[in-house]
Design a protein. Structure first.
Length: 110
């Protein structure tokens, strides 16, 4: 774990060491700073990966909900299409019935 409170504090420390005369900075200090920077970078990458995975999970859940909604809507459309076809058949049946030639009664002889 980092001994510094935040990434900003770590960056400020690195910047102050670089601004100082390079003669006063030991190799051990630079190696230690490099280690802290690598640790901070590793934590940042891990957090970014975690957030990306959460986002992917969120998208998968949304996809699942949309697929379910799509199935419901497709089912409703199918029912509407069947109901429309039945209504068309009923209209056709009525038309066919009215077209049937009923026996004509002959007029009575006058």
């Amino acid at each position: 774990s980092l001994s510094y409170g935040s990434h900003n504090e770590l960056l400020e420390l690195v910047e102050s060491k670089l601004v100082e005369s390079n003669v006063g900075v030991s190799v051990d200090t630079l190696v230690q700073l490099e280690g802290h920077l690598e640790a901070a970078l590793s934590l940042t990458r891990a957090r970014k990966t975690e957030l990306m995975l959460k986002l992917v999970d969120s998208f998968k859940e949304k996809e699942k909900l949309l697929e379910e909604e799509n199935k419901v809507l497709a089912s409703q459309m199918e029912k509407n299409n069947l109901a429309g076809a039945e209504a068309d058949n009923m209209e056709m049946s009525r038309a066919q019935i009215s077209d049937i030639n009923l026996p004509v009664t002959l007029p009575l002889l006058n």
